[in-house]
Design a protein around this ligand. Structure first.
Ligand SMILES: *Cc1c(COP(=O)(O)O)cnc(C)c1O
Length: 392
């Protein structure tokens, strides 16, 4: 370590959920009440989420991946179909296309924002294309109008991956359901958390009804208090469904997390602005650009690219930060380069130059609401120390 840099004694993780006494008390209240699975708190969380986002039909479920799974089933995805998506996403986005027996088709990304490159969408459409799954990456929206225009011209559905997008606006409208369907994630690193959890959103009543059955054993008529006094214990299975329901224990967290989402996102935005200012004189690492169109950024991740000028690999950069007690993440390794996908679809390897270039160089540095005002300064001090040691 050089110059004035002093290593902190404790490790700063790249993310940590904000769990307060109010969430702890609510979970304890559920535990003591005798009702721990899907029940009144799950219903309240759905009502609150619908009120916050404005979507008429919302379905809380065990994870965003579960939502992607049953969402694609409900949209009728089948073998032989093609779905266009981005390689810069968590693997579940592509894996659920694969699980349906359909074929993922990739479009490369913008080098600055890492959003799907809408200019390349049209050329990716074939007679087998049925839909588009854009990702609102890192808490900024993809270019929705351009994506919808291609979808409308070719009769495709759009299923938004809004895992990073609770609170994210595109031209004043909450992201998640500009077309048929969208999904949010409440995994512990996301902007609000329920431990594990996700939310499907739609404006289509018939689709919502089908998703509800798929979420829970194929039951069309459901009442969480089926076993309670006065409820009927009879059930009718209308289709083969999954067990992807959302527990009151999860909702106990979610109710209070959602009530604070504005506060959490403002804190993230303030910390991100601090990083922007501190990194302005560090040309070796390049922060993510922001889209030119009107949007509200939730700053889910603070991603930097480790450029050639750093004269070290991204993995060396990560190891050197870890030595200085700074945690990092990789969001994401381009999905088409993962062993399964590279093996099954070798034609994509080398075909997505921007995603592949970035995939080797990107790194998420710590960003979460509980960080102190001094933490961004510490992280950038550590980055400067790493780079200075490399030069000397
Ligand atoms: C986290 C994430 C998912 C999956 O969410 P889970 O709730 O963990 O299933 C999907 N897509 C993206 C872009 C994500 O970051």
């Amino acid at each position: 370590m050089t110059g004035s840099f002093a290593k902190r004694p404790d490790f700063l993780p790249f993310s940590r959920p904000t769990i307060r006494q109010v969430e702890i008390d609510e979970v304890v209240d559920s535990l003591r009440s005798g009702w721990i699975t899907t029940g009144p708190k799950a219903e309240r969380f759905e009502r609150d989420f619908a009120a916050y986002t404005g979507f008429p039909y919302v379905l809380a479920l065990s994870s965003a991946t579960a939502g992607q799974h049953i969402g694609l089933i409900a949209l009728g995805l089948k073998p032989g179909d093609e779905v266009i998506t981005t390689p810069m996403t968590w693997a579940s986005t592509v894996s659920m296309i694969e699980v349906a027996g359909a074929t993922p088709v990739y479009v490369d990304i913008h080098r600055d924002t890492l959003q799907i490159d809408e200019r390349q969408l049209e050329a990716a459409v074939t007679s087998r294309t049925v839909g588009i799954i854009p990702v609102h990456y890192a808490g900024a929206p993809a270019d929705v109008d351009a994506i919808l225009a291609v979808a409308r011209r070719h009769g495709l559905w759009v299923f938004e991956d809004a895992a990073h997008g609770v609170g994210c606006l595109y031209k004043g409208t909450h992201v998640g359901c500009f077309d048929r369907l969208g999904v949010f994630s409440f995994h512990p690193i996301k902007n609000i958390t329920t431990g594990e959890g996700g939310m499907l959103v739609t404006r289509d009543e018939a689709l919502a009804k089908k998703l509800k059955a798929l979420r829970f054993h194929g039951l069309e008529k459901q009442a969480w208090n089926r076993y309670a006094e006065g409820g009927s214990p009879q059930v009718e299975i209308v289709l083969p469904g999954f067990k992807y329901n959302f527990m009151d224990l999860q909702a106990a967290l979610g109710i209070h997390q959602l009530a604070s989402v504005g506060e959490f996102n403002d804190r993230r935005r303030a910390l991100a602005a601090r990083y922007d200012a501190l990194l302005a004189d560090v040309p070796e690492v390049e922060p993510l650009g922001v889209p030119g169109y009107d949007h509200f950024h939730t700053r889910h991740l603070y991603v930097v690219k480790v450029l050639e000028a750093a004269r070290m690999t991204r993995d060396e950069f990560i190891a050197a930060l870890r030595e200085r007690n700074v945690g990092t993440g990789i969001h994401f390794r381009a999905v088409h380069t993962q062993p399964y996908y590279a093996g099954k679809y070798p034609q994509w390897v080398g075909a997505l130059p921007v995603a592949e270039w970035v995939s080797e160089r990107l790194c998420s540095i710590p960003l979460f609401p509980l960080m102190t005002d001094g933490d961004p300064g510490y992280v950038v001090g550590a980055i400067k120390d790493v780079l200075a040691r490399r030069r000397s």
